[in-house]
Each structure stands twice: as structure tokens, then as C-alpha cells.
Write a protein that binds this ligand. Structure first.
Ligand SMILES: C[S@@+](CC[C@H](N)C(=O)[O-])C[C@H]1O[C@@H](n2cnc3c(N)ncnc32)[C@H](O)[C@@H]1O
Length: 179
């Protein structure tokens, strides 16, 4: 399945010792995979879905509050199935610029989101939808490692089957050109 390709490609890039933020980490499934690859993981998750674990630094807050105070530098940011629940204006005006500033040169961002509302739609409404091009355009000059838009029929987090319309993007921050 194509969503697995997104995760596989992201995992493949990770080097031991990398500092990674998992934004909206859910139950921590992906955070644990990053730890298995030797990464030092900070999981930002406001709910109690993720348990406290020694190997993961769990920050139980929303990402809006996290970026207001955090001053860390990171090698990668992973945001899977989260930004559709946030305001697009805030994502473009605050979250992506923060990521640009706090990622090291050659650092990675992996974003999976929706370009269209799932069918049947979620009960709690989705706030924003993102096409591949508009998302990539927010990171001018970055190297694109994976980009895809596709449909997949799958279970949501509660086991209900839906048709999802996914946007996947993995990009590397490149050094600014010297003048
Ligand atoms: C659909 S789940 C995805 C979980 C995980 N990233 C995955 O792909 O399995 C969305 C997650 O985002 C979290 N979330 C929602 N709003 C958030 C916010 N403002 N800041 C951080 N996380 C948020 C939810 O609590 C939920 O765990």
C-alpha cells in the first residue's frame, strides 16, 4: 500500500542519533519505529493515547503551544495525518516557518495529509485540505524525495472503513546558495 511507502522511505533516511519530532504522534507507533532506527524522539501529542515510555520524550500538549516555546534543533519532523485538523492559515504562517528555522540543513520533513475529505466524511470536520503542489510550494528550493497523491480504502483509527485521499511529501532542507 502506498502509505506504507511513505513510512518506509522516511524510515530509510533516518540515521542513528537523529533528533526527530513526531507531531500528533497518536499512540506512538511511528515514534517507536524511529527509536528502533536509533533516533532520539520527541512525541508531541495532546491526548493520552501515547503512554509515557523511557525511550520517547512525550510532550503532552498541542503543537501550537509546543512551537511557542521550544528552541530545539532537529534532524527530522514527521507529521502524519495531523495538519488536516489544523487551520491552514496557521500551518502556513506559523508551523512551516518554525520547521524551516528549527530543522538543520539536510534535515527532513515528512508530511502525510488529505487532498480531499474522506468518504464517508469524518464526523468531526476536517479543517484543511492540501494538494501536493501547494504543499511543496511552501518549501521552495527543498529537495523532494517522495511526492504522491492517491486514493486508498482503509480503516480509520476507530476501525471504520473509508476511502481516503492522501497527499504524501518527503523533502530535504538544502543549504542556502552562497552569493
Ligand atoms: C489521525 S491521528 C494520527 C496519529 C499518528 N500521527 C498516525 O499517523 O498514526 C491525529 C493525531 O493528531 C493529534 N492532534 C490533533 N490536534 C493536534 C494538535 N493541535 N497538536 C498536536 N497533535 C494534535 C490527535 O490527538 C491524534 O492523535
Amino acid at each position: 500500500m502506498k502509505s506504507k511507502e511513505f513510512t518506509k522511505q522516511f524510515l530509510f533516511q533516518i540515521q542513528p542519533g537523529w533528533k526527530i519530532i513526531d507531531v500528533g504522534a497518536g499512540n506512538g507507533h511511528f515514534s517507536r519505529l524511529f527509536v528502533e532506527r536509533g533516533a532520539i524522539v520527541t512525541a508531541i501529542e495532546p491526548s493520552s493515547k501515547i503512554a509515557e515510555e523511557e525511550s520517547i520524550q512525550v510532550i503532552r500538549t498541542n503543537v501550537e503551544d509546543f512551537i511557542r516555546t521550544d528552541v530545539g534543533k532537529y534532524d527530522a519532523v514527521f507529521i502524519r495525518n495531523v495538519i488536516q485538523f489544523l487551520s491552514k492559515d496557521w500551518v502556513y504562517r506559523a508551523l512551516f516557518p518554525w520547521i524551516d528555522t528549527h530543522l538543520v540543513v539536510n534535515g527532513l520533513i515528512g508530511v502525510e495529509t488529505f487532498f480531499k475529505e474522506p468518504s464517508p466524511p469524518f464526523e468531526n470536520s476536517i479543517k484543511s485540505l492540501y494538494g501536493l503542489k501547494e504543499l511543496a510550494d511552501e518549501f521552495p528550493g527543498w529537495q523532494i524525495l517522495l511526492k504522491d497523491e492517491y486514493e486508498h480504502y482503509d480503516s480509520d483509527m476507530r476501525g471504520k472503513k473509508r476511502l481516503f485521499y492522501a497527499t504524501d511529501l518527503i523533502m530535504r532542507k538544502v543549504a542556502p546558495k552562497e552569493v
